[in-house]
Design a protein around this ligand. Sequence first.
Ligand SMILES: Cc1cc2nc3c(=O)[nH]c(=O)nc-3n(C[C@H](O)[C@H](O)[C@H](O)COP(=O)(O)OP(=O)(O)OC[C@H]3O[C@@H](n4cnc5c(N)ncnc54)[C@H](O)[C@@H]3O)c2cc1C
Length: 268
Amino acid sequence: MEYFVPRLLGEALRCARDEAAGGRRARFVAGGTDLAVQLAEGACAADILVDLSALPELQGIRIDEEGLRIGAAVTIEELAARTDLPACLVEGARAIGSPQIRSLGTIGGNVCNASPCGDTLAPVIVLGGRFGLVSPEGRREVPAEAFFTGPKATVLREGEILSEVLFGAQVNVAVWLECDPRSGAIRSLRAAAGSVAPTPIRLARAEALLLGRVAGEELERAAAEAAAEEIRPISDVRASAGYRRAVTAALLREALAEALAAARPGRS
Ligand SMILES: Cc1cc2nc3c(=O)[nH]c(=O)nc-3n(C[C@H](O)[C@H](O)[C@H](O)COP(=O)(O)OP(=O)(O)OC[C@H]3O[C@@H](n4cnc5c(N)ncnc54)[C@H](O)[C@@H]3O)c2cc1C
């Protein structure tokens, strides 16, 4: 059996397509903790294994105004160590196997293996996750709820790769402001956030920082940090407190940018 380590996602996709066209069976592998067992037991076969674990497009955990993005090659160990991700997902990761399995196994492998007892699957569904799938034909997104079709069966097509797991933001932020038409300074401002405290709240500290000042990169970052500190989010099944803080900061920056663009002199 051959083993191929592509450097880029496109190489992995082309390899699988070309091998299939040549009548050979290529299989993707990430941590190999499921696949190695299946190959050893003869439950599946392959002429070539295509290693996805180092592909840059499948790495990293990012939280921004759109929500949370987890690369498919992120290890279970990395997920389990996070304190700023939805609690049920982290708990699911912590429940998996042993330290050795968690250090090799990936969220993408757990999802694509589609075992009915996969520990990240129920959390991903309950959080309303979506899967980013790529193939030589392009990219599509499938809701986690619609992904699993049976034991070890999914809607993944031949040669298609799961690149990322996506979750929408669990927080909302709104900003209203007026700028001085001459100086551009913020002369009036209200900012509020929901899902970050027992009731929707004004972001008073962030407002105080911004009021009377001309917004810029540094000031907006400081206001976002102040907002993240002043909210009182809880950790629940949908999102951790740390995740809600990070998303609040990102959303405030985005809302500020939009409101400022609309409120530039003459357009309050
Ligand atoms: C001893 C032991 C204990 C375990 N305990 C648990 C447990 O408690 N809970 C649990 O949920 N699991 C458990 N597992 C299963 C396994 O460790 C997890 O499912 C793990 O997350 C799989 O990830 P992986 O990267 O190793 O997958 P791999 O073995 O590399 O791949 C699994 C399948 O997914 C496909 N695949 C992988 N990544 C992609 C991708 N990005 N795109 C398309 N296809 C892909 C592969 O082709 C393969 O079919 C255990 C396994 C072992 C051996």
